[in-house]
Design a protein around this ligand. Sequence first.
Ligand code: SF4
Length: 359
Amino acid sequence: MLTSSLLQKTKSDKFFLSNKQFFINSIIENIIDIYKPQNIFLPFSGGKDSTVLLHNTIETVLKIKKPPKITIIHCDTLIENPIIERHSYDFLKNLESFFKANNLNFEIVILKPVQTYWHSLIGKGYPLPNTMFRWCQRTLKIKPSEDYMKTVKDNDAVVFVGLRKDESKSRKNDITNNQLDNYQIKRQSKLKYFTPIMDLTETDIWEFLISNKTLWKSSYQNIIDIYKGARGECPLIPEISKKNSGCGSRFGCWMCTLVKKDKSLQNQSLDNEDLLPLINFREWTINFVKDDNNHFKYMRNGKPAKRGCLTFKARKKIFKELKDLEKRTGISVLSNNDLKNIKSQWKADMLFFKSRNII
Ligand code: SF4
């Protein structure tokens, strides 16, 4: 196949070593050439890898006579790291203007969870996400993405994902174990997934961002500066193995309790004091839910448990603290939908627990 022969050729080519960008563009060009998609989906997290992939894909698409549609998908958990989220929305705004100026057929899709983090924690009294029960990944990231992908009608659409073997051992295993031909990767989806930048190293990514300008000719300094302090990642694409679907190497959510200390957020707060109340709230919540008295001895389905869901008193206390945080800082955390959903969830749960004589 074209791509593998290109790899053979370029591996022995010194020119290639100093020009990986050319190589990546060739991979993308070949995938488009072979599969002729009418639509290319590009998950965009705002992080460095998806930025590099997005840049190279659009640069390549611009050279094509009849370019396919580009669909950018951004997943907003609604509790994203505020700095990377601000950057992502600014970036997408500029990208939209660029697409319009270049008459490209495009769509920017922002995915948001139907059941938010606050609905789950405060409304339903879920435990804080931990390594054994990562409910947040499913409800906040994977579900919205899967639901959206199910609506995609064009079966010839392809998805380009910015995964790299160099990211971590588990990522390398995931790519290697599921790799098909031509940079295609096996995923539980009717669409074809490709990993054009899988062989790039972290250094390659930085070299690209340092030596290139954005598509609209400003610098990548903002993303470089953001990374000076932090990292974090969450999968947007359906993983074959749930074991591999960990967050932890790119920017995570500010409430993430999968890590003991969110060093990224803490480092960022040195220059952004407005992050401190969020860090403190996260710490307070972790300590608060540690107390067994804040949990029922029953699970949500009424089954007895050593440590069940949060009591209504505990849910209300977290709710109150969060409202206080909003008042103190002017930061809006709970949406109107959250308020409505949390209150109706309390009512429903109370009725259920009463019917089981739990309360
Ligand atoms: S970053 Fe943390 S809180 Fe956010 S979805 Fe991933 S594991 Fe959950």
